[in-house]
Write a protein that binds this ligand. Structure first.
Ligand SMILES: [Zn+2]
Length: 320
């Protein structure tokens, strides 16, 4: 049950925010990945349904919640509450089963950035790792080929280590390694964790925006320019075919502008592919001076207090 004094406080903050706490009139975009049935160590930064519901109740009182396209094109309001956009990365199925009913309840729209390989296969590489570690519970860690790095770690810490280990490999090498694990563990299929084509179509028809996120969720700075072009185009073509309209919003996988993309190459590549706005994962607000193809966002829900403090400092502009 949401505390009414919290709602009252958030409404006061909303009224004051534009002039007192936000004199430069900056806007913000939040990003989520999943909305969970119950908290999970494997997805520590994702809210449960109840937490998401409570968060939206407060945010709606404090901000004017608009689509990312409206926010990116108008940038600020001179009067009233600051603008806020809501986005989801990757295309998890619980965005449809868990987040959508809450968004409908609050009358809010969001943008869903989807890596289309997940739509086709039902699972992305990082969740295959979780399934492999689960299937190998009690077995030998020698399988993963990382020496003693996993000794004494919990199952979720092993998953996080292996995700970091594979994250910056080219998609071809990463897939080959995971295939080897699957073979040894006898895994031939996975549960569907990602949105189906039909669910994406419903989200779009309900007035939510669908955005691009590459096909295989590749980090752009890791792959060759030709492979990145193919990843962007393949993803855009698949999603446009599903929803029957053009995409103009993109978000960079992993998304740090200094490490995960080349700001001299990839924004232009996205423009050539037909995108108008692209979002990073660099914590920060969006002002009139922000680059259309390098728009900041932030994670609103970090359970780790160190990360939460670090994120707040970055939003305030104290650290890069
Ligand atoms: Zn992503």
């Amino acid at each position: 049950m949401l505390d009414m004094s919290l709602l009252f406080l958030s409404s006061l903050i909303g009224k004051a925010a534009t002039f007192k706490f936000n004199p430069s009139g900056r806007s913000g975009v939040l990003y989520f990945h999943r909305v969970l049935d119950k908290p999970s160590d494997n997805y520590p930064d994702d809210p449960t349904i109840d937490e998401f519901d409570e968060l939206l109740s407060v945010l709606k009182n404090t901000f004017t919640i608009v689509s990312l396209k409206e926010l990116a094109s108008t940038r600020q309001v001179s009067r009233g509450k600051p603008l806020l956009g809501i986005s989801f990365d990757d295309g998890y199925r619980d965005n449809f089963t868990n987040a959508l009913p809450v968004l409908i309840k609050h009358g809010l729209k969001a943008t869903f950035f989807i890596a289309s390989q997940g739509t086709e296969e039902g699972i992305l590489w990082q969740d295959k790792i979780i399934e492999c570690v689960r299937a190998n519970a009690g077995g030998s860690d020698a399988l993963y080929g990382v020496g003693g790095a996993l000794d004494g770690l919990s199952e979720s810490a092993k998953c996080r280590y292996l995700m970091e280990y594979l994250k910056r490999m080219k998609v071809f090498s990463r897939n080959a390694i995971i295939k080897d694990w699957e073979k040894t563990l006898g895994i031939s299929s996975y549960p569907r964790l990602m949105l189906t084509r039909e669910e994406i179509k419903v989200l779009s028809n309900e007035g939510h925006d669908i955005g691009g996120h590459t096909h295989n969720h590749v980090i752009l700075s890791v792959e060759s320019q030709q492979d990145v072009k193919n990843e962007i185009t393949r993803n855009k073509d698949i999603l446009e075919e599903i929803i029957g309209r053009k995409l103009d919003l993109f978000c960079y996988p992993n998304g740090h502008p200094s490490f995960d993309l080349d700001a001299d190459i990839h924004p232009e590549m996205l423009r050539e592919a037909g995108y108008s706005y692209a979002f990073t994962t660099l914590d920060g607000g969006i002002g009139k001076d922000s680059d259309d193809m390098l728009l900041s966002r932030f994670l609103p829900h970090r359970r780790n207090s160190h990360l939460r403090a670090w994120s707040s400092a970055k939003i305030m502009g104290e650290v890069a």
